[in-house]
Design a protein around this ligand. Structure first.
Ligand SMILES: NC(=O)c1ccc[n+]([C@@H]2O[C@H](COP(=O)([O-])OP(=O)(O)OC[C@H]3O[C@@H](n4cnc5c(N)ncnc54)[C@H](OP(=O)(O)O)[C@@H]3O)[C@@H](O)[C@H]2O)c1
Length: 332
């Protein structure tokens, strides 16, 4: 059926300014790492993307290697663009990345100028786009001069193939240097994409959030639900269709769901219920607390998950008491 975007799509979503840039991002963005590959059911992926846009999620995050197989998430997103989203391109922020392994030989991964710019061309072709809104270096390359990788990002913007650039998985000292190089080149770093959740607080502990604030760079945090752990899905059992149960999942395994973690998840779930929220909603509100993070980047395997997650915006406030309780649960 022909897609017509919902007329109320901008009614409830919150849009946060990305650092000191002119760009605003939705408080909740959708990532296509899982559930959009060639192995997945296309109509389900399409329904998730459509529902997300109807709920005001204007930002879709991809990478060259998302699938499986690698590249297939971009191909599927390209199909959705063609079938449904074409009239709405100017309402969307589409990102992609290069850094991880994509093709054989010495130019198929990391951070050389050769790899980064060839990869971006391939991504544009797969998605059927003239440009992406944000192009990222997906990971720092210990062997390539940072000037070269950042220079490739700058070139992508000058070629008109990206509007903004970002970095992902860079530690604070690497990020600081990258931000300086990009500023000197005249293409400011828009955004950093690190992992962050109640179970993974390295960006607080290592000072990355402080650095980004000082530098006026935005942040979009990935796996804010700890890949599904911070939801009600594992409270009773490991459902057969969950990421932890699927044999293709290399990133979340049954062994990650330890009794200690489950105990914390149960306690957090009780607190979320007291707040009138699902655990997923509280976990998203928590990463967005105090306005320090621009956007929470979630994944979804079902339309209902996107709906649950966006409803987090109904209660983003925490009392000091609630925050303290969360600290106690996490540190126990
Ligand atoms: N830059 C990087 O290196 C990097 C790395 C990882 C991710 N990312 C980006 O971040 C995005 C999100 O990562 P992620 O998928 O790990 O994030 P996440 O939001 O922590 O986990 C998403 C998974 O949690 C489950 N879920 C989501 N909402 C739920 C709800 N309301 N109730 C119950 N379960 C729910 C689903 O798992 P089930 O399949 O079990 O239903 C879903 O696939 C990726 O798509 C990608 O764009 C970037």
């Amino acid at each position: 059926m022909e897609y017509q975007a919902c007329s109320t799509r901008y009614a409830t979503m919150k849009y946060n300014r990305c650092g000191k840039s002119g760009l605003k991002l939705p408080a909740i963005s959708l990532g296509l790492w899982h559930n959009f590959g060639g192995v997945d059911v296309f109509e389900n992926s399409r329904a998730i993307a459509r529902r997300a846009f109807d709920l005001g999620i204007t930002h879709f995050d991809l990478a060259n290697n998302y699938g499986p197989p690698p590249g297939s998430a971009e191909e599927n997103f390209g199909k959705i663009m063609k079938l449904d989203f074409k009239p709405y391109r100017d309402e969307m922020i589409i990102s992609t990345k290069a850094g991880y392994y994509m093709w054989e030989g010495p130019y198929g991964e990391w951070g050389s100028r050769k790899y980064m710019l060839s990869s971006l061309d391939q991504s544009l072709k797969r998605m059927g786009l003239d440009y992406v809104d944000i192009f990222y270096s997906h990971r720092p390359d210990p062997e390539t001069p940072l000037e070269e990788t950042m220079g490739a990002l700058d070139t992508a913007v000058r070629q008109g193939k990206a509007l903004y650039v970002g970095i992902s998985n860079y530690k604070p000292d690497q990020a600081k240097q990258a931000i300086k190089i990009l500023r000197d080149l005249g293409t400011p770093c828009l955004i950093h994409q690190p992992s962050y959740s109640m179970f993974n607080r390295w960006i607080e502990d290592e000072g990355l959030l402080d650095l980004l604030e000082e530098e006026g760079v935005g942040s979009i945090v990935y796996s804010p639900l700890a890949q599904g752990l911070l939801t009600n899905k594992y409270l009773k059992e490991i459902p057969a269709d969950s990421r932890a149960a699927k044999s293709t999942s290399r990133f979340l395994n049954k062994s990650d769901i330890t009794p200690e973690k489950l105990n914390k998840i149960h306690k957090l779930n009780e607190l979320a219920n007291e707040r009138g929220q699902s655990l997923a909603q509280m976990a998203l509100a928590w990463v967005l607390r105090k306005g320090r993070v621009t956007s929470a980047l979630v994944g979804a395997s079902k339309v209902s998950q996107i709906e649950d997650n966006v409803a987090a915006l109904n209660n983003l406030e925490f009392s000091e008491e609630e925050l303290n309780k969360i600290e106690q649960i996490l540190k126990a």
